[in-house]
Design a protein around this ligand. Structure first.
Ligand code: EPZ
Length: 423
């Protein structure tokens, strides 16, 4: 396994281009491979291990995929293979996205029950609720989800769970509903930018969807969907991660390919801390003219502060003056990175869903371990600001969701080396 050696104390200066959104391209690729009747070409696709893993799942179902220079071409499935096997699904939760499309297209699906992961149990009861409402018979046994339906019938569905809307369930049910008979109304739909991007892609394929960007989606079923060419939206979380990286090094970085509308609450929170954001039509310049101030952050579904930026803002708050509180409302166990940050000299205590961060003057480099992709990202960010050397292990987590993160950061002044495990 590889590691990052991060030499801290450098100021980031320059321009970074944001890649395509991981959380948009994953469901979009599924829709293209299973729901489409002809070839789709996706542009602005990030070169991530999650994209490669999903391509393997889709190839297992009979699709053909080819990723070259950020363009992913997808020939749809051409046989009645309806099983997504454990050894692929266990590697990536997003494989669950094939469930709804397979039932809609082939009338049946067998998908391994996705495992939990470092950020907590990852239930799929809302996915199952939605498909059952559409008329599918769904059974969970021997670690697999079995679903079948002669025909899906549109209906009104409430997809709100105990933690609010579900991105994955909204994607799964919306995709299935595009080929159902009649109209499906999803109440309590997720509104994340990647859900809107998936909806816009489905519309480009010929789907009829109203309410894009709102918490009520109306999908009028059609007979078939055609392949298309589509540009995937840029990755709001990658952009937010680099905004924090600039701020924590007191840098001056222009982040190209993002709009304020994609991460409004991240932008307002950083501004509240004293980070200066100068937006133009193509991106944002991030500078930090003053000492950073402590703020309180609550993670909630879009358009609130995203859970996928919780670790990164925590890293920045470690060096703010004063005491901050973060409340993680979306995932039940997304504080594993706090122990690693404390090893670097941070002062963070946990109290249930709350993390209390007392600002310190400096962080010190240390050997640390990534536990999920965003936890890995904050350890790299903290290493940029820390004095001395930080060794981040298990960086395969980071490669799942960040395209060439060390190349992008080194191009604006960071000193990060990718080495193998023998280092
Ligand atoms: C998506 O996961 C993202 N992954 C996650 O990003 C992100 O953290 C999450 O949405 C929330 O924004 C992808 O898009 C591939 P959810 P997902 O269903 O769909 C509960 C990253 O860092 N829930 O919106 O699995 C669930 O336990 C990753 O890029 C149910 O109770 O998240 C959680 O508490 C990590 N029942 C909450 O809802 C269900 O059936 C939100 O989960 C489904 C979810």
């Amino acid at each position: 396994m590889e590691k990052f050696i991060v030499n801290g104390g450098t100021r980031l200066e320059g321009k970074i281009q944001i890649s395509g959104s991981k959380n948009a391209v994953l469901p979009i690729a599924v829709a293209a491979a299973i729901l489409g009747d002809s070839t789709t070409v996706l542009n602005n696709v990030p070169n991530l291990t999650d994209v490669k893993t999903l391509s393997a799942v889709l190839e297992g179902l009979g699709a053909t995929t080819k990723l070259k220079n950020s363009t992913l071409s997808i020939e749809p499935i051409n046989r009645l293979e309806y099983e997504a096997p454990y050894d692929l699904v266990r590697r990536m939760r997003a494989s669950i996205y094939v469930l709804g499309p397979l039932v809609a297209k082939l009338g049946r699906a067998k998908v391994s029950f996705p495992g939990g992961c470092a950020i907590g149990p990852r239930p799929v009861d809302l996915h199952i609720r939605g498909l059952t409402c559409l008329g599918a018979d769904v059974d969970v046994k021997e670690g697999y989800i079995y679903a079948q339906a002669r025909k899906l019938i549109g209906t009104e569905i409430n997809l709100i769970g105990q933690h609010g809307p579900s991105v994955g369930a909204t994607a799964n049910v919306m995709m299935a509903a595009t080929l159902a008979e009649g109209t499906t109304v999803i109440n309590g739909a997720a509104r994340e930018p990647h859900i809107s991007d998936l909806a816009n892609f489905l519309i480009a394929m010929g789907a009829e969807i109203d309410g894009v960007g709102t918490d009520t989606l109306s999908i009028h079923g059609v007979k078939q969907l055609r392949g298309t060419e589509y540009n995937v939206i840029s990755d709001d979380i990658e952009a937010g991660t680099f905004m924090v990286a600039s701020a924590i090094t007191n840098g001056d970085v222009y982040i190209q390919g993002i709009t304020n509308e994609q991460l409004p609450t991240v932008a307002s929170k950083l501004t509240e801390m004293g980070v200066k954001l100068d937006w133009d039509d193509y991106g944002v310049r991030v500078t930090t003219p003053n000492k950073l101030k402590a703020v309180d952050v609550k993670t909630v579904p879009f358009p609130g502060f995203p859970t996928d930026m919780q670790a990164q803002i925590m890293g920045l708050l470690c060096l703010a003056s004063g005491t901050s509180t973060i409340t993680e409302n979306v995932h039940t166990d997304r504080y594993i990175h706090t122990a690693e940050l404390n090893r670097m000299g941070a002062n963070i205590t946990l109290d249930g869903r709350n993390a209390i961060i007392k600002g310190v003057s400096t962080l010190s480099g240390a050997p640390v371990m990534a536990s999920d992709l965003r936890a890995g990202a904050v350890l790299v960010i903290a290493g940029l600001a820390a004095m001395g050397e930080t060794v981040v292990s298990r960086i395969y987590h980071i490669d799942r969701g960040y395209e060439a993160i060390e190349e992008k950061l080194n191009s604006i002044g960071a000193k990060i080396q990718r080495v193998d495990d023998t280092y």
